[in-house]
Write a protein that binds this ligand. Structure first.
Ligand SMILES: *Cc1c(COP(=O)(O)O)cnc(C)c1O
Length: 363
């Protein structure tokens, strides 16, 4: 249990138009900060006014990318309270990432307490409009001032909050994805299963090229044979072929999504066959040609579920389900978002509620 100091902002910001939020454009009045120093451990957990950081230009994070981040959301329920979705899973994944890049562990209870305390402080920033939410961005950076290539002796753990709009303004729309067969995102033994900044910097070129060609996302293939499906942009991927659902097994180069894990549990609870295995592009294309590729969708916190309506591979286009959202895709989306906003019963113990007694409202 942390003892968190709360230093309130003297002046609160004007809130943006809740119908025009976009993603990650606005930040709330407060942020969470905790320091780490070798020999002292984590100390001085505090909520304080949102402001610039002061860091030495030689801080390790700027040069060697010793950094990690997480992402989750707070959802406004109809009764005015606030829901979090499986925040303990983000805490566990943070520690797996931290292990991989030699950063110190943060107890999962402390992580969840920090998230809850900050969201509670800025509760008035959780928007109410349909499909909106408060995006929560925890991150850890290496702050030691040195150009030595060694794990830093000091770190900052921070959380910032950003009210975000509905991912699909005109409802759930299928996207077209580009199968990348030149660049790779991650290889076994690398950092693909860690949520660390370097992977994203390295992936931007493929994302940029795909966008220029009119595609929403990149579908990554394995780094060795460029044959097996890995994941899409910042989402995991699922394929429904002849009534069975497949998703790539967590092989070491794939980010273990919390939405992915939740979708697998839901499908199992509905007795829909779900297989975690290696899936080749040959299998996908053959299924598409035979009319057996019934549904394709991506999963991730930002969009929850993103139906895929078209796949572009080596110059050829494959249309999925007539470019319409499929029934399983729709059912998963409705169930998960229903749980998150508190309209569908949670039989899994995934939802944590934060009371918002103040009921300040958006303005
Ligand atoms: C965060 C992320 C995901 C999705 O994870 P969720 O926990 O479901 O949000 C998938 N792939 C990559 C590369 C990611 O960074």
């Amino acid at each position: 249990m942390l003892t968190i100091d709360i230093i309130k902002a003297k002046q609160l910001k004007d809130k943006p138009d809740p119908n025009n939020l976009g993603f990650g454009n606005y930040f709330t009045d407060h942020m969470f900060v905790m320091d780490y120093q070798e020999g002292m451990g984590w100390h001085n957990p505090r909520v304080k006014p949102y402001e610039d950081l002061h860091l030495d230009p030689s801080a390790v994070v700027f040069h060697y990318g010793q950094e990690m981040f997480e992402g989750l959301k707070a959802y406004r329920r109809q009764d005015g309270e606030i829901n979090l979705f499986r925040p303990d899973m983000n805490g566990k994944r943070l520690n797996n990432t931290n292990d991989r890049i030699c950063m110190p562990q943060i107890p999962v209870e402390d992580f969840v307490q920090a998230v809850r305390t900050l969201v509670h402080t800025d509760a008035s920033w959780v928007p109410e409009e349909a499909g909106t939410s408060l995006y929560i961005r925890p991150f850890v950076i290496a702050t030691e001032p040195t150009l030595m290539v060694n794990p830093s002796k000091s770190y900052l753990f921070m959380i910032i909050l950003s009210p975000v709009g509905a991912y699909y303004k005109e409802g759930l729309n299928p996207v077209r994805i580009y199968v990348e067969d030149t660049y790779v995102r991650a290889s076994k033994g690398g950092v693909g299963e860690a949520k660390t900044g370097g992977s994203y910097g390295a992936s931007m070129i493929a994302q940029k090229n795909a966008k220029n060609e009119g595609f929403a996302q990149v579908l990554w293939l394995d780094a060795i044979e460029h044959r097996y499906v890995e994941e899409v942009g910042t989402m995991n991927i699922f394929f429904k072929i002849r009534g069975k659902v497949y998703t790539p097994a967590l092989s070491g180069s794939i980010l273990p999504g919390i939405t992915r894990d939740s979708v697998i549990s839901l499908l199992k609870s509905w007795d829909i066959p779900i297989y975690e295995e290696r899936i080749s592009m040959d299998t996908i294309i053959e299924a598409s040609k035979n009319g057996d590729l019934e549904e394709v969708f991506g999963t991730g916190t930002a969009a929850v579920i993103s139906p895929v309506g078209g796949i572009h591979f080596k110059g050829l286009d494959f249309v999925v389900h007539n470019n319409e959202i499929g029934p399983i895709t729709r059912r998963i989306y409705d169930t998960l978002t229903g749980m998150q906003y508190g309209n569908v019963k949670d039989d899994f113990g995934w939802i944590e509620t934060i009371e918002d007694k103040n009921d300040h409202g958006w303005l």
